[in-house]
Ligand binder design. Structure first.
Ligand code: SF4
Ligand code: SF4
Length: 438
């Protein structure tokens, strides 16, 4: 694609990067076929190629984006299916990230939307506040029935419909909090390795059982696990809302504490059980590439970061439970399959450990969760969820497995089949409790 940036514009490293990405696009349109919003809405401007043109215009003209441009960029899930499909290697992720930062900086959203986004950006990365808000939201759930039902006709969902979507996602009760940062879990038997486990923010409030299962499996196989003190939210939530100052300061804080831990006691890996977070932590090196103080250490931290399934694949798990009669529908989270290119590993781990694993039809399509997307775009998100749940139902599973809490909550909202994390099944197979019973 031909670009027309001025030399002065190209002096900005972000524009230089955008120019490189845009020039790689040959506008073939292959990506449109696998883009969930194009599949649903059929509008070229809701396809990757259409959005790439909109972003090109916005950056080249260096003017505040119009409401129409913002609408189409906001509808993008950042699912990255387009990156998997693109034959030219266009890095859409880094391009749309820039567009979101530009929108956040140059576009004035209506006041209710600004307020909602500010609340989400402030509450979600803080587990203490998020816990309180979930308790309040759980109490307010009955009110949700009185609010308007999401309808596809509206170009931008109103505040009430978004609040309704938020209340619908709130759980009826919350589990006890998990262990605090700074806790170290000793391995059983001889120590074979030492890892940090990302504590996450929403996940540690909604489902601390997931990291508990990871700790069980790791320590059972000789790995010492540390929950690093003073670790923060990885920054994914605010990064995807274009609030990069917040996201980058969280990235720097995490790089600092993980680096310190690695130097003091050694770390073989930083493990992540929420693939949405893993994709961003693996990108810290890129995000902080222009930061002289942090660039090198951020790159090291990214290289050290692994999804839990990647690490377990090198461990040789020892199954102790026979699960041959349990059929699992494996939901491939977009951040895992498109963001981290991890497609087969989790399924192989489950099969090797005795489960019958079924692929879900249209597995490349997002479930609609996408961070805060299911709150900010409830209409599209609920259509994607219903489509995902129907596809899952077609393989008649006993349980659904996923590697990302966002997907788990989203899918669980549309089915009565238990939705569990892959690591919970591996914990069960290697001697832990059977998941999905509560
Ligand atoms: S598939 Fe890749 S090269 Fe083709 S239009 Fe999409 S982004 Fe551009
Ligand atoms: S990230 Fe997903 S929703 Fe956004 S353009 Fe690419 S395929 Fe479409």
């Amino acid at each position: 694609m031909k670009t027309e940036f001025s030399l002065a514009q190209l002096a900005d490293p972000n524009i230089k990067e955008a120019d490189k990405i845009l020039r790689a696009c040959v506008h073939c349109g292959f990506c449109t076929a696998t883009c969930p919003t194009y599949v649903l809405l059929g509008d070229e401007l809701d396809s990757p190629r259409g959005r790439i043109y909109l972003i090109k215009e916005m950056l080249e003209k260096n003017k505040p984006p119009t409401a129409d441009v913002v609408k189409h960029i906001d509808r993008c899930l950042s699912c990255l299916a387009c990156m998997t499909t693109c034959p030219s290697g266009v890095n859409y992720m880094h391009l749309v990230d820039q567009a979101r930062v530009r929108i956040e900086r140059d576009y004035s959203r209506p006041l209710p939307e600004r307020l909602l986004r500010s609340v989400l950006a402030f509450v979600l990365p803080r587990p203490g506040l998020f816990r309180i808000s979930m308790i309040l939201a759980g109490l307010a759930r009955p009110v949700a029935a009185l609010l308007p039902t999401p309808a596809m006709s509206a170009s931008s969902p109103g505040l009430l419909r978004r609040i309704k979507a938020m209340l619908a996602l709130a759980p009826r009760g919350l589990p006890q909090p998990g262990p605090a940062g700074g806790t170290v879990f000793a391995p059983s038997g001889k120590r074979r390795g030492r890892v940090a486990l990302l504590q996450g923010c929403a996940q540690q409030v909604l489902a601390p059982r997931i990291n508990q299962a990871a700790i069980n499996v790791l320590t059972r196989h000789g790995i010492e696990v540390v929950l690093v003190k003073d670790e923060q939210c990885c920054g994914a939530l605010t990064h995807h809302m274009g609030q990069d100052e917040d996201a980058l300061s969280r990235a720097r804080a995490n790089v600092t504490v993980w680096q310190r831990e690695a130097e003091r006691s050694g770390l073989d890996a930083i493990l992540v059980t929420t693939s949405g977070c893993g994709t961003v932590v693996k990108d810290y090196g890129y995000l902080l590439r222009e930061d002289r103080e942090f660039a090198a250490s951020a790159a090291r931290i990214s290289a050290l970061t692994k999804d839990i399934s990647e690490y377990l694949a090198g461990l040789e798990l020892t199954p102790s439970t026979q699960n041959g009669d349990v059929t699992i529908a494996y939901h491939s989270a977009c951040s895992l399959q498109h963001g981290q290119k991890i497609r087969e590993l989790p399924k192989e781990l489950l099969s090797k450990n005795g489960f019958v694993v079924k692929d879900v039809p249209e597995s490349h399509l997002c479930c609609g969760s996408a961070g805060t997307y299911n709150i900010l775009q409830p209409d599209i998100a609920s259509r994607l969820r219903d489509r995902k749940v129907a596809n899952i139902a077609s393989v008649k599973p006993d349980m659904i497995a996923a590697g990302n809490i966002g997907c788990m909550v989203q899918i669980a909202g549309g089915t009565s089949v238990p939705v569990v994390h892959t690591i919970e099944l591996l914990d069960w197979a290697t001697g832990g409790p059977r998941p999905g019973l509560n």
